[in-house]
Design a protein around this ligand. Structure first.
Ligand code: SME
Length: 149
């Protein structure tokens, strides 16, 4: 297991922090360790509503604190149940802009008991920065996060 995965696990398994604090620390660690991760945050299903609500994040404040299912990259992942890698956000018509600096985005769903209950969302200021390794890391992370929810 990579050093970064070990550090992420130790945050998630720490008895000293609540879930909110753990997710915030996870965002901070990813932001710190991966230079092209420029906004890192979680969205979760908002109760019974078909919409996402912003959770812990690191980066510039966003207007998109609530995202209806189907809208933007995040809303599409809420219904597709699949990781969405966007190498260049200018190529996407169904996209919600948070910052003019954002060039690329990756959104990975989080499943609990087989249900899509949220996601991790990363924005980058670099075009096409995300690797297969990033995708694998984030999918692994979402699986680990699901265990503490
Ligand atoms: N760009 C996202 C909205 C969330 S912000 O990136 C923080 C989208 O299109 O769903």
């Amino acid at each position: 297991m990579s050093e970064l995965k070990k550090r992420l696990l130790s945050i998630l398994e720490s008895p000293k922090h609540n879930t909110e604090e753990k997710l915030e620390k996870v965002c901070h660690l990813l932001d710190q360790e991966i230079s092209y991760f420029n906004w890192t945050g979680f969205y979760f299903k908002n109760g019974d509503k078909d919409e996402l609500k912003l959770g812990p994040y690191v980066g510039a404040p966003t207007d998109h604190t609530i995202i209806p299912y189907g809208k933007g990259i995040c809303g599409q992942v809420a219904v597709s149940n699949e990781t969405f890698v966007v190498p260049d956000v200018n190529e996407e018509s169904n996209y919600l802009s948070c910052s003019i600096d954002t060039k690329a985005e990756i959104v990975v769903p989080i499943f609990k008991d087989g249900k899509n209950i949220g996601q991790i969302d990363i924005d980058s200021h670099t075009i096409d920065p995300f690797t297969e390794e990033d995708k694998e890391l984030l999918e692994w992370l979402c699986n680990e996060v699901s265990k503490i929810l």
